[in-house]
Every structure is written in C-alpha cells, then in structure tokens.
Design a binder for this molecule. Sequence first.
Ligand SMILES: [Zn+2]
Length: 278
Amino acid sequence: MKDLRFIFNTKLRDNISEELKSFVTEYIKDGVSFTEKFKNETYFPPKDKENEKYFKIKWRNLKEIYVNIVENKCPICNNSINTLNKGSELDHYRPKSKYPSEAYNYKNYIILCTVCNGSSCKHTKFPLWKNSEKSPLLFNPTTDNPLELFEIEFLINKYGQNILKVKENKSKKSEYMSAKAKETLKVYKLNDISRNDLMRTLSNTLIEFATAKYRLNALNKADKTNIKNYNRIQNIYKAKCKKQYIQVKEMGFSNFIENSQFKIQEEKLKYDEYKSTI
Ligand SMILES: [Zn+2]
C-alpha cells in the first residue's frame, strides 16, 4: 500500500523530492488539459478521430508519469508494473461505466497492476457505504491515508514461506472506516492464497527493516538498567533502522514499519545476524 495523497495535497507535496515534484507538476498540468479537452465527451475512448489521437498521446503520458510517481510498483499490492500496454492499468477509481462524467476527470485515475484491476479483483466494482455516493468503500491511494485503515503482519506459512498479511487497523473509531478497510481487503483479495505475488515482490530488505525496528521498539520499552551496554546497542539499532529505511522507503508497506504499525512472528527474527552485529 502506498500513500499518494501528496499528488493533490499541496502541504504534503512540499515534503517530496525535487524529482518527484516535477513529475507531479507535469502530471497535474497534463491532467488538467486532458480533463478540459474532453469535458463534453460521453464516450470512452472518444470517437472523434482528432480527439482520439490527442487522447492516446495524453493517456500514454499520464500513464508514464503515474508509473514514475509510484516507482514502478502497484500502489495497492506492491507488484512490479511498467508503462507497457499490459504492464499496468491506468484505472478509473469510479468506474466509467457507472460514472461516465468521471471518465476524463484526471483526479479519478489510479494506476494499478493487472491483477488488482483484473476481473477477480477491482475491475468495475465500486461498493458504497449505505448507498452513499460520498462514501466509497475502496481505498484510494490519492486521497486516503493507508495507515488509518490498515496494519500489517509478517508471518511464515506452513510451507516455510514468508507471508505478508494486511489487516484492518482496529484502532480507528468510525464504522465507515472499518467497512472501507474490510471491503478493500475483500475486493483486492489481499490475503487470498491466490495472491501469493504479494510477498514474493517484497524484498528481504523490508523484512530486515521490520526486524530491526521490532528490536529497537522492544529495546526502547525495556528497563535499561538490566541491559549491559544499553546505549551502544540502542545506537546500533537506530543506525540500522535509519539505513534500512532509506533503502526501502519507496517500497509499498514500508511506511507501516516506519510508523511501527506492524507485527512480526518471533520465528522471523534473525537472532544470529543481530548477535553478530552486537
Ligand atoms: Zn496490484
């Protein structure tokens, strides 16, 4: 899961790199001209020959910019994506079949991998909370904070494989948020056995980061008077976490670890590696 709210949120946009800022600026500029050009179109894609040509170029540009913004990773499942025709899908958050007026609204676009946008996952699904158009039940990376809705857990399955489980964040209060988290997990089948792509695409670096962060958190809570060389050990973990976060910060789900919104099975912890560090 990725947090892409900076795209339309000026305050968050101030904190991103110059390189990403230029992508986002270009994206918005492209999107505005695109939305303006097709504001009266009712068909998708446009039927007029001249418009169709313009549409194809702009659509390709938007897709390329979007793929760059998400660093070639699906913002839902972290699967690798690319700009090729079948490498990713520039999807309509509100499906154009149900919301034709949203077909050319650039703020309605999200990039997805072909599995997440496939017929067994999102496709044209768009569930609503109590039938309210204002309360969609699917996580939108450009407007929602993933940390408010979800938390993650690293597990080992019975075959000894690494599994990443995405769970509802139980600490939130609203009934709507809870329903939104549950429905998103259901629609994208994020914990389904058929989606074993989820963990495969996560590098060991992410697990190592989670392990170091877990150790640091445990150390921070421990009684320092009982631990020999407490400050030295704490500094080692702090440095390790900092170094590993730099390596994984563009990766989906890394923000959950940075914010300590994760659980990890004890068996996952690599004791030997850490013993040798200390
Ligand atoms: Zn995906």
